[in-house]
Design a binder for this molecule. Structure first.
Ligand SMILES: NC(=O)c1ccc[n+]([C@@H]2O[C@H](COP(=O)([O-])OP(=O)(O)OC[C@H]3O[C@@H](n4cnc5c(N)ncnc54)[C@H](OP(=O)(O)O)[C@@H]3O)[C@@H](O)[C@H]2O)c1
Length: 431
């Protein structure tokens, strides 16, 4: 299978032991067969939590975290089989976005100051539905699903996560949970940025020229494949050692940004219709000039100052300052060159993931898993991410193979119990 081929390119590095965990300051007594006790299933779960913001030392493993029960009619509770990490997890661990996310969690500010703790990180989930609210129509217990967990909700570095039906989607059949967990957050971000903000869609992208900066990371490797599936001409900037990867995913032109003259190399190419900037910084200063002027072209950056501003200036000043910055840049670009300057943001969207699921099952989008870690080694997974230079995604296997076997065993026992109950009923009827 092609996805397996790609996966093997990256030689998953998941070796290690609890000894290495202790080295990074986490004393964990880890139990693997997490769901064996029904009473425990009803009340507590294992999770990586944090009680304050900081560096890796704030990550704490617990087996006593209250299971996030279904509390509204439209919610779905998922047993997490795999999660993945995004740069946002590292930032949120350090307190990034705390003010705005807190407002989203507790709009009336009725909770106390530290209401977000204990906090669970992890924005991707692939798993199995275990419980549904009374109004859930698309999912039933036993369904294999995937989802991107909004940053204002408790994350997926836990045995269970509860989301609304709208945020969840049926997982692609051809992927394992480990592979599937690498996609939802970057896919939801790319779709929101390219479709809602960039104005592209399946039927309008054919032959459009798109530039992706940062093509070798999570968002980049997904976006290349999506845009190629939609017929775009895709140019990518990345380091030279990522060229094989991005070309393998379909990139038509690749520019080495480390050569120091990316703007020059791109400047001699035909102008672009859309730029998806996942690098930020000074990129916009040279990238906007690469767009076709006065023809509806769009520059969409994923690196925005919104959360940094609300963190440092407070909610009111931060939002006002950010709005003013965006408005000014948008006006300047539209007046001077007829170019739309926009900011792209992640948005949870189960129905959009349904479309991605179809593309994955059709073999048009492959998971790009660079590294895998067991649930015992979440701090090591964070360390990997902090080193930068991602080539796709870092995945955490939350339920290991023996847990899946335990699930299957439990299912067999239930089936057999139901069958023998039926036999007893039939015998009773005959008598
Ligand atoms: N606004 C939102 O809602 C939202 C949502 C998702 C992500 N984001 C942001 O979008 C960015 C990308 O996310 P991601 O998940 O794809 O990150 P990622 O997985 O860490 O990937 C970043 C990639 O960019 C490459 N890179 C670094 N500097 C570069 C440069 N100057 N030119 C070209 N490539 C460069 C890195 O490899 P090398 O260093 O080896 O070249 C790496 O492959 C992050 O800043 C993230 O925070 C924003």
């Amino acid at each position: 299978m092609a996805s397996t081929r790609l996966l093997s390119l990256f030689n998953a590095k998941a070796a290690g032991s609890t000894k290495t965990l202790a080295r990074v300051g986490c004393n964990v007594c880890f139990r693997r067969s997490v769901c064996s006790s029904p009473s425990r299933l009803q009340s507590c779960m294992a999770a990586w939590v944090m009680d304050q913001y900081g560096t890796n030392g704030v990550l704490r493993f617990t087996e006593e975290f209250a299971i996030p029960a279904v509390s509204s009619a439209t919610e779905v509770m998922i047993k997490v089989h795999a999660a993945s990490l995004n740069p946002l997890d590292v930032s949120m661990r350090g307190g990034y976005g705390a003010k705005l996310l807190k407002l989203r969690r507790d709009p009336l500010s009725v909770m106390d100051n530290d209401s977000e703790f204990p906090l669970i990180l992890g924005r991707d989930v692939s798993g199995v539905v275990v419980n549904c609210g009374s109004e859930v129509t698309h999912f039933a217990p036993g369904d294999e699903v995937w989802a991107a967990v909004p940053p204002w909700k408790q994350g997926s570095l836990a045995e269970f996560v509860t989301l609304t039906e709208y945020e969840v989607s049926h997982k692609p059949k051809v992927l394992s949970h480990t592979e599937a967990a690498s996609i939802p957050y970057v896919a939801s971000t790319a779709l929101s940025a390219l479709v809602n903000t960039g104005g592209l869609c399946r039927d309008s992208t054919s032959n459009k020229r798109v530039l992706i900066t940062g093509g070798s990371g999570g968002v980049g490797t997904f976006s290349i494949q999506l845009l190629k599936a939609w017929g775009a001409h895709v140019t990518v900037t990345c380091s030279p050692n990522a060229e094989g990867l991005v070309r393998g995913l379909g990139a038509d032109e690749v520019v080495d940004y480390t050569a120091g003259n990316a703007a020059e190399q791109l400047g001699v190419m035909e102008r672009f219709d859309v730029i998806l900037d996942s690098v930020g910084g000074d990129t916009e200063q040279w990238a906007i000039g690469l767009l076709k002027p006065w023809s509806g072209s769009k520059y969409v950056t994923l690196v925005t100052p919104l959360l940094l501003n609300t963190d440092s200036m407070g909610l009111l000043d931060g939002t006002f300052h950010t709005g003013f910055t965006l408005q000014t840049k948008a006006m300047q670009n539209i007046i001077s060159r007829g170019i739309f300057y926009r900011w792209g943001f992640f948005a949870p969207d189960g129905p959009a993931l349904d479309e991605i699921s179809k593309l994955v099952d059709a073999g048009k989008i492959l998971p790009v898993v660079e590294a895998q870690f067991p649930f015992t080694q979440v701090p090591q997974a964070f360390q990997k991410l902090e080193q930068g230079h991602a080539r796709g995604k870092t995945v955490v296997r939350v339920a290991e193979e023996d847990d899946r076997q335990a699930d299957e065993l439990m299912q067999n026992i239930c089936t057999k119990a139901a069958e023998s109950q039926q036999e007893v009923l039939e015998t009773a009827k005959q008598n």
